[in-house]
Unconditional design. Sequence first.
Length: 266
Amino acid sequence: WWCRRGEPWLCADTTAPTVSRGETDDGVPLHLTLGLGALAEAVVVPERAVIPIPAGLPPEQAALLGCAVLTGVGAVRNTARVTPGESVAVVGLGGVGLAVLSAARRAGATTILAIDVAEAKRDLALAAGATDFLLSDDRLSKEVRARTESRGVDHAFECVGRAATIRAAWRLTRRGGAVTVVGMGAKDDMVSLGALDIFHSARTLRSSVYGSSDPDREVPVLAAELADRALDLGVLVSGTIPLDEAPAAFDRLARGEGARWVVTLD
């Protein structure tokens, strides 16, 4: 029903359990997240999960199109529909958050505030398109308002998936502005907002599931932009690694180091 309405990101199949169990040829148990294998030399996927892209794309950048970039760019273009001259705050600067920064810059936002708990993300954020970097602390709301004529931003994008950061994004947004939750949170992490605050602020709180994107239509568009160099994802690639270094790369990400490491196979 949702797919026929042109909303495939709400496909009913996605309500099925996202983690199932499988095993290797020799019987070692495996988790199959989202119904697919990962961190493997070969993966069998359904035909509908395959989208052709032009030959010659930088493979380490093309690898990011299917998730981080499609989600972050889609949140800006499809869900929030940021327009030239608007102001944007991005809370959480992983691969998705950095993609949001890049898309906001291309959309013509004039004030783009990147927010994270890790100072190490500053240079990445500025390279991705932020006009300023702010540490997430008790002064955050004041710092944002100081840069937005005391109003707050037109759009706040929450790219973490936690109640605390959703509330922080809410406080950074001007009256009549919009908070777009891009991060996937836990079902028992409850967000509490005052009823009067909701009424008086006139803000919109919404989610962006997979960037409100139709991959069959939008991945080829992003791939064409990448081929034409209208889209540069180099800042998102912190390096390429062999498969056996993937666990160490996850540890780096947990420490706030870099954006994405891409596994390459000989």
